[in-house]
Design a protein around this ligand. Structure first.
Ligand code: ADP
Length: 270
């Protein structure tokens, strides 16, 4: 049985029921999270006592102007940096108290990352790229292959398993990166402007895949500058000057599959 709405590499997950979500351990629980950077003799207050929870099964968009603290927040939640003060529980685990190797282990097992620039290794084919997080997690080779192919299948790219990144379009490369983010059945997928390098239609295709994974139970936190992209998520939090400016459920979630179905035909052919 998969715990806490974790996403299986094949994209099929037991999503928690609405009533269940309320009583479960949040995937993210940050309380009074502070991050200061020292710059010479000055201190930059990148995050000022941010308190926020994300429950399993949510799809949260993070917005805010440049310099508002989005990357700092994502780096902390992604266990890539440590807070100056405050508490952070990831799936109930007290992250700031962990050693470096425990943090790396936690990242491998509980988090999947998707980046604006895809970050695929150019000399490896799609399947090898997707299997890489399982190498770090110590998954046996035969299991890696089966799970890697299932993850590629979940993003509609099974037939491209042996293509290298430079033989694929940007949208296909981002789908490989999504498959890579899924393979260790993470508790949380962190996406940093995943559509920032893609054209409008391909961006909606990527959002359709993320919405499908979310409906299947994946918990997603996604940074974007584009208000249109936020309409596909279920909740939007906005940062300003290192604080939470707003935190709103999206009243009308747009279905990316419907946007695609209504896409003008002439652009479709382009
Ligand atoms: P955003 O992602 O919203 O653009 P950031 O989290 O990158 O915002 O930055 C928040 C603030 O922290 C900014 O004032 C930025 O200059 C500062 N900052 C971010 N990273 C560092 C760092 N490594 N050293 C010093 N200041 C930093």
């Amino acid at each position: 049985m998969l715990a806490n709405g974790r996403v299986h590499p094949n994209g099929i997950v037991h999503a928690p029921a609405a009533a269940e979500i309320e009583t479960r351990t949040p995937v993210i629980r940050v309380t009074d999270l502070v991050k200061d950077y020292s710059r010479g003799t000055n201190v930059v207050h990148a995050l000022r006592a941010v308190t926020l929870q994300v429950q399993a099964g949510e799809f949260v968009t993070v917005m805010g102007p440049s310099g508002s603290g989005k990357s700092t927040f994502m780096n902390l939640v992604g266990c890539l940096d440590r807070p100056t003060s405050g508490s952070f529980l990831l799936d109930g685990v007290d992250v700031p108290s962990l050693s470096r190797s425990q943090l790396a282990d936690l990242r491998n097992h509980k988090l999947g990352f998707i980046f604006q620039g895809f970050n695929l290794l150019p000399r490896m084919d799609a399947l090898d790229n997707v299997m890489l997080p399982m190498v770090y997690a110590g998954v046996p080779g035969s299991v890696r292959r089966v799970r890697g192919l299932a993850a590629l299948d979940a993003v509609g790219l099974a037939e491209r398993a042996h293509h290298r990144p430079n033989e694929m379009s940007g949208g296909q490369q981002q789908r490989v990166a999504i498959a890579r983010a899924l393979v260790n059945a993470p508790s949380l997928i962190l996406a940093d402007e995943p559509t920032g390098n893609l054209d409008s239609r391909t961006s909606v295709e990527i959002m359709a895949i993320l919405q499908r994974l979310n409906r299947a139970g994946a918990t997603i936190v996604l940074v974007t500058h584009e208000p249109d992209i936020a309409t596909y998520s279920s909740r939007t939090v906005a940062f300003k000057d290192g604080t939470l400016l707003s935190d709103q459920p999206n009243r009308r979630i747009v279905l990316a599959s419907e946007t695609l179905a209504e896409w003008p035909a002439e652009e479709d052919a382009a």
